[in-house]
Design a protein around this ligand. Structure first.
Ligand code: ATP
Length: 461
């Protein structure tokens, strides 16, 4: 994980936030390539939810909602984690994570010995951030930054039903920021206090809920694998009955084998996405608290019912981290243009996720090569995210593109000026082929869009 953190900073994916002021615990800023990468993760999620089907519609609800939303949803009283303090080192921990995390041990007066942790009893700590709506703090209304995007969907159920002419089974999808005052944030962007979720609530006739639950488990696993996550780094884990949230009759987590930055090190299975069968809990609660009818009248059967809800809830930042980790590779290769071996770092990202699809590089920064390269870049950028780079030795420019995961480098050389062909270098195989400039944008756009298997699985890139 430390390598990922270092590469993220060096190459402009993710920076610690407020760094010039010493940082502000576990918040991060996304740099240029991070914005493009997370944008592609979001884009692929929207593609799977909207473009590739016709039974889901989009929503973008407000972060600040009526405080009673959180009363109805149960967050005001129930969205807590058990917190313990260590009387020795003063740190705070989530009581249910003590097995994984270690209290900072304090050296005792006797050399080589440590005072053991002395923990307080666990008490409930509400994770919602409070704020005030209105200019005067004392007379303003208490509000909360949403801790999940889902409730914004439930409170719009009626609006969506009216305009969309959808009937169960149908879904409402949303991507947006959520906020949780986590007791122990950490492991880079795995757990932060401000993060982005990708959530979809799928409303189904009650008798069909189990079938749809199974369907979404399979669909969501497929999504990660199709986008290049190695299947042996991914698993589904069903919650034990005592682990289930108050609203859920069944939940399974998609887990990824995340490496860790903490003192324990190693890798451990951690939640990437939760898929829950929420029953009719949310609609029933909001109907009760708001006085609005939140049900569905099926004209075909003459039956009125409260739809049940299947929810795949993913994290955009956590998914981005998983894609980065899974793509990271180091290998020794023959240096391009020279003989001896050289170590290179490469992000083997799925081309659809890669922040830049094609880099256009004049071999030398003279002899009309930059002009032709810019012409090629202009043609390419109309179809794919393309970058022009003429700074420094060609080998170093290739390494830079490898580290941001660019699948193709197009190089303009002296021959290009004679016959209008270029070399196209493949990030994974390092094979260079000569292709005509004519037709290059559509050829490379097609290669980026086609199915892809990680070269680590022995497939073709
Ligand atoms: P955890 O058990 O890790 O605290 P959760 O079960 O509370 O997570 P959900 O409420 O199911 O998480 O949220 C759905 C998804 O949102 C998670 O699978 C994760 O990808 C993302 N997520 C939740 N909390 C955070 C956080 N603090 N930082 C980053 N992503 C988060």
């Amino acid at each position: 994980m430390e390598k990922i953190v270092a590469l993220s900073k060096r190459r402009g994916f993710i920076f610690p936030s407020s760094e010039i002021y010493g940082g502000v615990g576990s918040t991060y800023d996304f740099g240029h390539y991070g914005v493009l990468l997370k944008g592609n993760v979001r884009g692929e999620w929207w593609r799977a939810m909207l473009s590739e089907r016709d039974d889901i519609v989009a929503l973008d609800s407000a972060i600040l909602q009526h405080p009673r939303v959180w009363e109805a949803s149960g967050h005001l009283t129930g969205f807590t984690d058990p917190m313990v303090d260590c009387r020795t080192c003063g740190r705070r921990f989530r009581a249910d994570q003590l097995g994984e995390l270690q209290c900072g041990r304090k050296p005792s007066k006797h050399p080589g010995e440590y005072e053991e942790c002395s923990l307080t009893d666990a008490r409930d700590f509400n994770l919602m951030f409070e704020t005030t709506i209105g200019p005067v703090k004392e007379s303003g209304a208490t509000a909360y930054l949403r801790p999940e995007t889902a409730q914004g969907i439930f409170i719009n159920f009626k609006n969506v039903l009216q305009f969309s002419r959808k009937k169960p089974p149908f879904g409402i999808a949303q991507v947006g920021k959520s906020f949780r005052n986590e007791i122990t944030p950490g492991n880079f962007i795995f757990r932060t206090r401000e993060f982005e979720q990708m959530e979809m609530e799928f409303f189904v006739p009650p008798h069909d809920a189990e079938r749809w639950f199974e369907y979404w488990l399979a669909e969501r696993m497929r999504w990660y694998v199709e986008l290049g996550i190695r299947p042996d780094h991914l698993r589904l884990r069903a919650h034990d009955p005592e682990e289930l949230s108050h609203y859920s009759s069944a939940t399974s987590d998609v887990e990824y084998l995340f490496p860790s930055t903490d003192s324990v090190g190693g890798a451990r299975w951690s939640e990437l996405e939760g898929i829950a069968n929420r029953g009719d809990f949310d609609l029933t609660q909001h109907a009760r608290h708001s006085g609005e009818k939140l049900d569905y009248f099926d004209q075909g059967s003459g039956e009125r019912y409260v739809p049940h809800v299947i929810e795949p809830a993913a994290g955009a930042d956590r998914a981005t981290l998983a894609f980065l980790v899974d793509a990271y590779d180091e290998e020794v290769v023959a240096r391009e243009g020279a003989g001896e071996g050289e170590r290179r770092t490469v992000l083997r990202l799925h081309p659809r996720l890669a922040p830049v699809k094609v880099a256009v590089l004049p071999l030398v920064n003279r002899d009309a090569q930059p002009e032709l390269a810019r012409e090629v870049w202009r043609a390419l950028r109309a179809l794919v995210q393309a970058e022009y780079d003429d700074g420094g030795a060609i080998g170093r420019r290739y390494r830079r593109q490898d580290e941001i995961g660019t699948p193709y480098c197009v190089t303009i050389d002296h021959q290009s000026l004679d016959d209008r062909t270029v070399t196209v270098r493949d990030r994974d195989t390092l094979v260079q082929e000569r292709l005509p400039i004519e037709g290059l944008p559509s050829e490379l756009a097609a290669r980026v869009a086609r199915e892809w298997r990680s070269p680590k699985l022995g497939g073709e890139s």
